[in-house]
Design a protein around this ligand. Structure first.
Ligand code: SAH
Length: 348
């Protein structure tokens, strides 16, 4: 017998919920109760919707699925408490999310696509064959599962897992709207960061639509030829144009911008690279208090082509940027022992 797949209720935008549920539920207050179970209380089964009559719960159960992932696995770092989650999607692919606890914050780093079509040379996710975009529900389910599993309220979300968020723009924006809605997941805009290698029209739409949500640009190079070597599928976007799009983002949103720069030994980590980066930012008028450069020492993967920069080069690079008036931070790797650090999420 052929089984018919039920729709995933988290894929339904909250504003569509009453029309989608109309055949089952007429009363608006019931819809609001359901929304609350879905997004504020993050119930993982319809059975938990205790203020909803049993027959409606039964109808929901036979019409929808509430969780789509199976075979969920976790690995916990002994170094820093980071947890890497592996989720099997309903079409039997694997995606990853990471829980990053610290004293004051509980952050999750989530995936937006299965595999990544951009294929940055140094990144393991880029080596994982691109299959498809994650749906809005699949994006949200990662956060919900981690919150339920760890028992503490998630206070920040990084769109820095597997995939290129700006190539799954509609679903990412729809998920963010639910994450930041006070009536739904209620996480502050300023605690959400979307990281992208840079799709200019999407950066501009993001600036227009997502005021206050933070943006991080994966720059990683100081000239176009050098960048193309490590990000071959960069849509031939010029660094100058990317930086102009970032400027537009800052002007529109008055928010904060991060420029990410992964340091690859003997490739982009020299003093001349640092000076060139400073000049680039200066000429784009991006040396300002709400712009920060995040230097990311390369986390080695099974890729033999690139190596981690020596500590002394990281410090020198940082110093040069600082002397040029740039706010700079060196990102500490988290969950290195479990393959959960930046760029390690993928099939090994
Ligand atoms: N596709 C998005 C999100 C990627 S992951 C983007 O390109 O921004 C977040 C950051 O980790 C990106 O800046 C990415 O380039 C960087 N990264 C990828 N692999 C890495 C590795 N092995 N070591 C350190 N950083 C890496």
């Amino acid at each position: 017998m052929k089984t018919i797949k039920k729709p995933f209720i988290l894929d339904v935008e909250p504003k569509q919920l009453s029309s989608v549920l109309k055949p089952l539920i007429k009363e608006e207050y019931r819809i609001n109760q359901i929304k609350e179970w879905l997004y504020s209380k993050k119930a993982a089964s319809f059975e938990q919707f205790t203020n909803i009559p049993k027959d409606i719960r039964g109808n929901l159960e036979s019409s929808f699925i509430l969780r789509s992932f199976s075979n969920i696995k976790k690995a916990e770092s002994v170094l820093d408490g980071t947890i890497r989650y592996t989720f099997k999607t309903c079409d039997s692919h694997y995606i990853y999310a990471v829980y990053l606890p610290s004293n004051e914050k509980k952050t999750v780093c989530i995936s937006t696509q299965i595999g990544c079509p951009v294929s940055c040379k140094f990144c393991l996710s880029g080596k994982t064959k691109f299959v498809r975009n994650l749906s809005r529900g699949e994006i949200l389910e990662q956060i919900m599962h981690i919150e339920n599993d760890t028992g503490g309220r998630i206070s920040g979300v990084l769109f820095m897992g597997m995939g290129e968020p700006m190539l799954n723009y509609q679903n990412v924006v729809s998920a963010i709207n639910t994450i930041i809605s006070k009536k739904e997941m209620n996480i502050g805009k300023r605690h959400i960061t979307v990281s992208s290698m840079g799709v200019i029209p999407a950066i501009k739409s993001f600036a227009n639509e997502m005021q206050g949500v933070r943006f991080a640009l994966s720059l990683h190079a100081t000239d176009d030829k050098q960048r193309k070597k490590i990000i071959p599928n960069n849509f031939d976007t010029k660094i100058q144009d990317l930086l102009q799009a970032c400027k537009y983002y800052l002007k529109k949103t008055n928010s904060k911008l991060t420029i990410e720069y992964v340091l690859l030994k003997d490739f982009n980590d020299t003093s001349s690279d640092a000076h060139r980066l400073a000049r680039l930012l200066k000429s784009a008028d991006l040396i300002q208090p709400n712009v920060q450069v995040n230097l990311i020492p390369y986390n080695e993967t099974n890729n033999t082509e690139y190596k981690t920069t020596a500590q002394i080069s990281v410090l020198t690079f940082k110093k040069i940027l600082k002397l040029n008036g740039i706010t700079v931070n060196v990102r500490e790797p988290k969950g290195l022992d479990i393959g959960a650090a930046c760029g390690q999420l993928g099939i090994k």
